[in-house]
Ligand binder design. Structure first.
Ligand code: PBG
Length: 324
């Protein structure tokens, strides 16, 4: 029998399209990044990320209240400081900006999940994610040791999830053992297991003031040409007992997201990074695209590709749209 398939019957009306929707996005899928600063007392806008501001400690209460009211359940914190040194000691100081911010948020009457980005690049004067030698090369084991101190100090401050972002060898293992030894056996580690060396981080480095003074991050982040290598990084972190994995950036890496989804049953998080945000903002400010529709299409695309959760600077706006 020769007949045609009338597939359009499955999408002929709005209601049937709604009924047959395969992928959905809800506010609970979103994680909002906050840049907490100790360099100013007021909100400070970030030129390359319109709509995003650095938040001083004094405004955190207001900020968290707003976020929670929108229904967003989790934030990831980045620190902005001008107290920088060779070994990034503010990153693991009890009085560091992130430790203060975590303690402060935990003192509010809120159940918001606080994820601590565990890295040194915002705190070192050279901008690399740990200790470097005279040639500017990042030393692995020494940097893992420093990052582990960062993780422990964030755990002691009250973080709900530890998120090591420097892609060093053995970092998940080191942090896990340290947390276990110090009574934090139940504190989850969400690693940036699959993190590419990417130009899409440009605006973030402005926002967090973390551009390397010399060199780049190509010896620790994955080359964007390599998919099998990305899967090996994932396998290593799983082997080291990671609890959740981040794929970063997101938009140009949906094939990777989908591959990671196939490879693991752990929760997968897509990081819709600063450059992806900035491009959408720029085009929408020019009136060239419909921001709301584009953002929904991007985020649903990430979920369809395999993301359970999405870290996105659009989170507040999306929450508003979803609440409408
Ligand atoms: C490292 C870190 C970076 C981002 C998140 N954590 C920057 C980098 O690796 O250079 C980038 C996030 C973004 O671009 O939105 N602490």
């Amino acid at each position: 029998m020769n007949r045609i398939n009338r597939n359009r019957k499955m999408r002929s009306t709005e209601s049937i399209r709604n009924l047959l929707k395969e992928t959905t996005l809800s506010i609970g899928d979103l994680i909002y990044p906050i840049f907490v600063t100790e360099t100013t007392d007021d909100y400070k806008s970030i030129k390359s990320m319109p709509g995003i501001e650095q938040v001083p400690l004094g405004k955190l209460k207001e900020e968290i209240t707003k976020i929670k009211k929108l229904g967003i359940q989790a934030v990831i914190l980045f620190g902005v400081t001008n107290k920088k040194d060779e070994l990034g000691s503010e990153a693991y100081s009890n009085q560091g900006i992130i430790q203060k911010a975590i303690r402060l948020i935990k003192s509010f009457d809120t159940d918001i999940i606080v994820i601590a980005d565990t890295c040194l690049c915002e705190y070192t004067n050279h901008g690399h994610c740990g200790k470097i030698n005279e040639k500017g090369e990042l030393l692995n084991d020494e940097s893992v040791e420093l990052s582990t101190k960062v993780a422990l100090s964030q755990a002691l401050a009250g973080a709900d999830i530890i998120a090591p972002s420097s892609c060093l060898d053995g970092i998940v293992h080191s942090i896990r053992s340290c947390l276990d030894k110090n009574g934090f056996e139940y504190l989850p580690v969400m690693s940036y297991a699959v993190k590419f060396a990417s130009s899409f981080y440009g605006p973030f480095r402005d926002a967090a003031d973390s551009t390397p003074e010399i060199g780049n991050r190509k010896s620790y982040q994955i080359p964007y040409t390599n998919k099998r290598e990305a899967v090996r990084e994932l396998e290593s972190d799983i082997h080291e007992s990671v609890d959740m994995v981040i794929v970063k950036p997101a938009l140009n890496y949906m094939d990777i997201l989908s591959e990671v989804r196939q490879e693991t049953r752990l929760p997968v998080v897509a990081y819709n990074v600063s450059g992806e945000y900035a491009m959408v903002k720029a085009a929408s400010q020019n009136g060239w695209i419909n921001e709301k529709k584009i953002v929904m299409e991007i985020l649903i695309g990430l979920k369809r590709a395999g993301a359970d959760l999405i870290i996105t600077y659009h989170a507040k706006e999306v929450a508003k749209w979803l609440n409408e």
